[in-house]
Design a protein around this ligand. Structure first.
Ligand SMILES: [Mn+2]
Length: 327
């Protein structure tokens, strides 16, 4: 089915239901909360009589400027609701265990479609952000949908965070045009960026440590391991340490960069990023997945960490051989 047909199908479902519950993934990022609260605001503005909720088990404090989730509702409500799950590749990552009580479920996502768990699955791997998909959805039905300030802040934030501020090749003119249009709703870019990109001093000290201490494999995978001890020494949480993955994103000849963060339970969370070369297949082998060039994984010990690193190195070696024009 082409995308306009799926979008029409989704829009018809939205019109049909009185209750709509919007869900997202665990450990939410800017695109996740931005697209969820953005869609909620868009639908509430457009259909004031409908009951539209966003309900989740966890939250990210730095994104609280986007608004709030709603309180949990009864299972009776779930049973008559349309559930829309955003930005979530697999069922087990949905930040709400009640999703299965919904009457129908729509998956809207831009991660690699390993698990089409919805009654309707609208998955666009070519889109840089779920928020960009919501903006495009709005664009398709703009005669009937009403944008407002809250939705604009949320959707703009979703696009900005998942595109690294419009930096990745999946950004196209439509992404830019629609994100740009959000400025007409009075959003303040300087404030949004201050919320998103200012870091505590401790993060900068740790960044300095990364610049000094990162290592490289033979074929140019830059990487860093953060033990619990280092996290304590710099006074940063595991998620703050993970957020520093892109500190390694602009080193010549290092087309892949990886941050390993030891968790409290001793497992090691892995964030893989790259220019040009795919990393998702590596992540999939280590309990992970995501996007072609931005993925997450988990390894259980140092031995698995080394195996993953070796695989990344070999992938990069093969890639470099085939694409000498890029160097
Ligand atoms: Mn996303």
């Amino acid at each position: 089915m082409n995308s306009i047909d799926i979008k029409t199908q989704i829009f018809n479902k939205i019109k049909e239901y009185e209750h709509i519950i919007i869900l997202r993934h665990q450990r939410p990022d800017g695109d996740c909360i931005g697209s969820a609260l953005g869609l909620k605001a868009l639908l509430r503005e457009s259909f004031p009589k409908k009951k539209i909720y966003s309900i989740a088990d966890d939250w990210s404090e730095y994104l609280s400027f986007l608004g709030n989730d709603d309180a949990e509702v009864s299972i009776e409500i779930y049973k008559k609701s349309l559930i829309i799950v955003l930005d979530t590749a697999t069922k087990n990552r949905i930040s709400n265990n009640n999703y299965s009580f919904g009457k129908e479920l729509i998956k809207i996502d831009h991660h690699i479609n390993v698990e089409p768990y919805g009654d309707i699955n609208y998955v666009r791997e070519d889109m840089p952000a779920t928020a960009a998909m919501i903006l495009d959805f709005y664009d398709s039905f703009r005669d009937e949908l009403k944008m407002n300030y809250t939705a604009a802040v949320c959707l703009f934030t979703g696009v900005v965070t998942d595109t690294g501020r419009f930096k990745y090749s999946s950004v196209n003119s439509n992404t830019m045009k629609l994100a740009g249009e959000m400025l007409d709703y009075g959003i303040d870019i300087e404030k949004i960026y201050a919320r998103l990109y200012l870091r505590d001093e401790s993060s900068f000290k740790l960044k300095g440590y990364i610049y000094n201490k990162f290592k490289s494999t033979e074929n140019g995978v830059a990487y860093m391991f953060f033990s619990r001890r280092i996290q304590k020494r710099f006074g940063v949480s595991a998620s703050e340490a993970s957020a520093l993955v892109n500190s390694l994103d602009s080193i010549k000849n290092k087309l892949m960069w990886i941050i390993f963060v030891e968790q409290e339970d001793k497992t090691i969370r892995v964030r893989l990023r790259s220019r040009f070369v795919r990393v998702v297949e590596i992540a999939q082998k280590y309990n992970g997945g995501g996007h072609a060039q931005a993925s997450g994984a988990t390894v259980n010990n140092k031995k698995e960490l080394k195996a993953l690193l070796k695989e990344a190195d070999q992938t990069l070696k093969a890639f470099k051989k085939e694409h000498q024009d890029l160097f």
